[in-house]
Write a protein that binds this ligand. Structure first.
Ligand code: ZN
Length: 380
């Protein structure tokens, strides 16, 4: 289903509960991050087509400061990420504030708006593999919400996108009248867990109206191309997916946490250390975004603040240019074909780049499974 709206309404600073979330979020690709730059907004964010999902432990306070101290007027959501610590149950799918005498979801939603959010997100807990009762409880509680400004968060274990579960997930989403924000929960890249997942995620966003995909990577663009209302791309790997409550994010390799860098030609995120090693004896591909200005993408090997900011800005500017390209296509077949061709061209670049570096297919860069799927799944 393609986005019906072609214009963007201004994301006013103060919007009451009657302003629909759909009108504020439609067509936007937001940056999901724990903003470290308050009281300034990251300059790389395109407020025309984007905005911010503020997350982390003190997301609400920082959101308020962004509104008040930085006078930020762009679109903003507050994701306090209850799914990191709380598992949804049949009785209580939402994590309600513990410091209130009469906690209610309405209070939680109103609190986000009072902190400057453009729309409110339900405080849904992690929906464990196959826990149909918890999913049904979300549908039940969502039906009781009378506000127009609400997005129903669905932090699903990624196994919900497997062949044996996805129909149930689609049916559940269709029963929720509000916009629905999927957050995929898994260790490492959720969509790499099994090969049917990218196609099934495409089914969810195209078959159900007003789906969103938050805390993700380039899957956010794939979702938008195939009809999602809105997406949120994480600034770092920890904000590009989440793990189940009680789990710790596994890492491929212990050591310093260097930035991950979006490679424009290959449409992949790579760790700065891997890039630095890979291009130790060869020129790294240059980038022509506003911060790189023709410099190589192997220069982000640092854990200091400035390097992180620069790497993050490079990433945001790179995918924001793709959002701009996407917006210039007509929703539907033309847009889907543009995306498929773009992903296919990136796949072709892997062989080219590996050959330039004198690396075999096995030792060189390998295209991520989701990118291969986006390049080959049929468009219709
Ligand atoms: Zn760049």
């Amino acid at each position: 289903m393609s986005n019906p709206r072609s214009f963007r309404s201004p994301a006013l600073q103060v919007l009451d509960a009657t302003v629909p979330a759909t009108s504020v979020l439609s067509g936007r690709v937001l940056l999901h991050e724990e903003s470290r730059f308050i009281p300034h907004q990251r300059g790389a964010v395109d407020n025309e087509r984007g905005g911010v999902v503020m997350t982390g432990n003190t997301a609400d306070d920082r959101a308020l400061r962004l509104r008040t101290e930085a006078a930020f007027t762009g679109a903003m959501l507050i994701d306090s990420a209850p799914y990191k610590t709380y598992t949804a149950t049949a009785e209580q799918p939402f994590l309600l504030p513990s410091d209130e005498l009469f906690p209610s979801v309405d209070l939680s939603l109103g609190f986000q708006k009072a902190r400057g959010a453009s729309a409110a997100i339900t405080p849904t807990g992690y929906i464990a593999p196959g826990d149909s009762k918890a999913l049904k409880a979300v549908i039940r509680e969502a039906s009781l919400i009378e506000r127009a400004d609400t997005v129903v968060s669905l932090p699903i274990d990624v196994t919900w996108l497997r062949d044996d579960r996805v129909d149930q997930l689609i049916a559940a989403c269709a029963r929720i009248s509000q916009p629905k924000a999927l957050v995929m929960i898994a260790q490492f890249d959720p969509l790499k867990q099994s090969k049917e997942l990218p196609g099934n995620l495409r089914r969810v966003v195209s078959e159900v109206e007003n789906m969103m995909l938050l805390r993700t990577d380039l899957a956010g663009l794939e979702a938008m191309v195939h009809g999602a209302l809105c997406a949120g791309i994480g600034i770092s790997s920890t904000v590009r997916h989440s793990v189940a409550p009680g789990e710790k994010p596994a890492v491929n390799k212990p050591g310093p946490n260097y930035p991950s860098v979006l490679m424009p030609e290959l449409m992949r995120f790579s760790g700065a250390e891997a890039l630095s090693n890979r291009y130790a004896n060869a020129d790294a591909p240059p980038c022509y975004c506003a911060v790189c200005d023709g410099r190589g993408i192997d220069r982000f090997l640092g854990t200091d603040r400035d390097t992180r900011i620069e790497a993050g800005d490079h990433n945001v500017l790179t995918w924001s240019a793709w959002v701009e390209e996407m917006a210039s296509t007509t929703p539907g077949l033309q847009r889907k074909t543009w995306w498929r061709d773009k992903c296919a061209a990136a796949i072709d670049n892997y062989a080219l780049e590996n050959q330039r570096l004198g690396l075999s297919t096995k030792k060189g860069f390998q295209p991520p499974l989701p990118l291969c799927a986006w390049a080959t799944l049929p468009v219709s």
